[in-house]
Design a protein around this ligand. Structure first.
Ligand code: SF4
Length: 88
């Protein structure tokens, strides 16, 4: 059996857009983040160095950008895959 993506081009990426505009998905994420008080960015992560860079050398400009975008222009997730809450 062949796995098929709901989004063409990447068989492993879930369809985060589900037919919605990218701006709407990003806006909804920020509303939910506020509502549920999600900690999901470098400033909340134990892997962030004092200078703002990432301990694991992830290019973290997206994670630190304002406004934050949960998905890219092509609908791919922009979340870091090594996030670890700092516990504070
Ligand atoms: S692991 Fe991810 S969230 Fe943590 S500092 Fe690095 S890029 Fe940021």
């Amino acid at each position: 059996m062949t796995r098929r993506s709901r989004r063409s081009g990447d068989p492993f990426q879930p369809d985060l857009l589900q037919g919605k505009p990218i701006d709407a998905v990003n806006a909804a994420f920020l509303v939910d983040a506020e509502r549920w008080r999600l900690q999901f960015r470098c400033e909340d992560c134990a892997n962030r160095r004092a200078d703002g860079s990432c301990l694991y050398a992830w290019p973290n400009a997206v994670m630190r950008a304002e406004p934050f975008a949960a998905v890219s222009d092509d609908g791919a997730a922009l979340f870091c895959r090594a996030f670890e809450p700092d516990g504070s």
